[in-house]
Design a protein. Structure first.
Length: 329
């Protein structure tokens, strides 16, 4: 690839193809605020990026710094090669990714007016007015001001006034929230993985006892909560949670599950100076936690290549009395 140590451009359009940019792509004057960037081939940008719009028609692309786009960040459907944004991505307009030929990795938060992703991995959170996700993995939360559409998605949690679910939804944390009742298409399935043994599944070893997913019926399992701020304003929020129905939570070694460590290592991958691991896998090889390995693991769950067992724990009254009784140590 051709190395670009300094950008000297007089026009408002920058095309990158087979380039390594040794530094940021930032405006140095008012005339460069309207610069459009078009990536048409293998490109590495070692700094931050600012542009009026960013279009990616062919990869691979890696941007190691933060990205801010005024209008639209668009990764085209036929874009070949993986695209990786190592740090946060922001846009005053939209972030659109419908790539079908490669994966797109976001190593930190996405903040935009609207977000529409397909076949994408987000290591942190999504903040937007409107969010549409299809075949995606989000380790953190999705917070939509207006509406949220989820089709075959793994995510940490979500909060949105309006939520529509189709096909498969896997939730990694105990609760999700909406204002209006969740609408789900026929045949949709919601599973909560808060007590699934994700560490064992990723290492390829047998899952622990009293672990597994919990099925959730959004039409029946809902609690209404009233939130009040300092000014006295109230809002009714619908909470879909498994916290109140799991007696086995205190009977499971949560540290042994490694779920929180796995999610934390994934969300901080681009921010730390070292790579963490889960220990040896089923073959005795050290399993390193990188954005690629974590994303591959959750995508395997999403498409059924890794099967999570349902939680089916039988507990005696004597054991419950010992754990939850008044004389609990």
């Amino acid at each position: 690839m051709k190395e670009l140590k300094e950008l000297r451009l007089d026009d408002s359009h920058l095309m990158l193809q087979d380039n390594v940019v040794r530094g940021p792509i930032l405006p140095r004057g008012y005339s460069e605020l309207d610069r459009e960037i078009h990536v048409k081939g293998e490109t590495v940008v070692e700094g931050a990026m600012y542009a009026l719009s960013l279009q990616v028609t062919a990869g691979p692309l890696q941007v190691q710094g933060a990205v801010f786009i005024q209008r639209e960040l668009h990764i085209f459907t036929d874009c070949k090669g993986d695209v990786e944004f190592c740090k946060s991505v922001g846009s005053s307009g939209s972030v659109v990714c419908h790539s079908t030929s490669g994966k797109v990795y976001f190593g930190a938060d996405i903040n935009a007016k609207s977000v529409s992703l397909k076949n994408a991995y987000v290591a942190a959170n999504i903040f937007a007015d409107e969010v549409v996700l299809e075949n995606c993995v989000v380790l953190g939360g999705v917070f939509a001001v207006k509406s949220l559409q989820l089709t075959n998605v793994v995510l940490g949690t979500f909060h949105s006034p309006s939520v529509r679910i189709a096909q498969e939804l896997a939730v990694l944390l105990p609760s999700v929230f909406s204002v209006e009742p969740i609408a789900s298409l026929p045949g949709s399935r919601v599973r909560n993985f808060a007590l699934a043994d994700l560490g064992a599944l990723m290492r390829g070893v047998p899952e622990g006892e009293r672990t597994g997913y919990i099925s959730v019926d959004p039409g029946k399992e809902v609690q209404r909560s009233v939130l009040t701020d300092a000014a006295g304003n109230t809002q009714v929020v619908l909470c879909y949670s498994v916290a109140g129905k799991v007696l086995t939570a205190d009977l499971v070694n949560m540290d042994h599950l490694q779920n929180h460590f796995l999610l934390a290592a994934g969300s901080l991958g681009a921010q730390t100076l070292r790579t963490y691991d889960l220990g040896p896998d089923s073959k005795g090889k050290l399993l390193e936690l990188t954005p690629v390995t974590i994303a591959e693991f959750f995508f395997k769950i999403l498409d059924g290549r890794i099967t999570v067992k349902p939680l089916d724990a039988k507990i005696s009254f004597a054991e419950l009395s010992r754990v939850y009784g008044e004389n609990r140590a």
